[in-house]
Design a protein around this ligand. Structure first.
Ligand code: E4P
Length: 215
């Protein structure tokens, strides 16, 4: 299973990289707005740090414009993956970019049938948003389970990239469902490393070490 860091903050990405478990990065306009730096500058800097897919999102709404934008974004670095919003225009752009050999990540996916369409259109990744579905009282992870099952049934090459991850349980269930990737905020990545018994165990070992006679 691959872990991407869900952030446009280079400081956060560096911390996650130092933890040794980052295979790629996802960004979106909201994450970019938080860091307050120019889009291209951020993506190019991330590309110097991370050797893996880096999602950069299109803001166009028409397929033709998304394709032009996607081609321009892809020219920034070979690892750039074009994030395309789900919908008829997005699917058209996904197919056109796939035909040009450009990788895509279809975002804002909220149903297994949307995900199936993305796979048919040749998306490299599909991003089911689990947290946002949970927020409206629907079980986000069920969408992931069904999507993985459908992709397995037919051998689609599209990778299921679980997005809108809000807590460690999302990561656990994404892994159990067989999702290829989870994109994880730094705070959740840190939570994954923690356990109260680990903390207690370290404290006890250090306390006992003080009792060991020193030469
Ligand atoms: C990543 O690709 C998504 O844009 C991101 O995970 C969305 O997360 P949110 O629902 O917490 O904004």
């Amino acid at each position: 299973m691959k872990f991407f860091i869900d952030s446009a903050d280079v400081k956060e990405i560096r911390v996650a990289l130092e933890m040794g478990c980052v295979d790629g990065v996802t960004t979106n306009p909201s994450l970019l707005a938080k860091v307050g730096r120019p889009f291209e500058e951020v993506i190019r800097e991330i590309a110097t740090l991370v050797d893996g897919p880096i999602s950069a999102e299109c803001i166009s709404t028409k397929a033709e414009d998304m394709v032009k934008e996607g081609i321009a974004l892809a020219a920034w670095h070979p690892n750039v993956v074009i994030k395309i919003p789900m919908g008829v225009e997005g699917l058209k752009a996904t197919r056109a970019l796939a035909n040009k050999g450009i990788s895509t990540n279809v975002t804002l996916v909220f149903s297994p049938l949307q995900a199936l369409l993305c796979a048919k259109a040749g998306a490299s990744f599909v991003s089911p948003f689990v947290g946002r579905l949970d927020d409206i009282g629907q079980e986000g992870m069920e969408m992931v389970r069904q999507t993985v099952a459908i992709f397995d049934n037919y051998g689609f090459a599209t990778e299921v990239l679980v997005a809108s991850v809000r807590n460690p349980i999302h990561v656990l269930h994404a892994a159990l469902a067989g999702a290829h990737v989870a994109t994880i905020p730094l705070a959740v990545l840190k939570q994954l490393s923690e356990h109260p018994l680990t903390t207690l165990g370290i404290e006890r070992f250090l306390a006992d070490w003080e009792k060991v006679p020193k030469p």
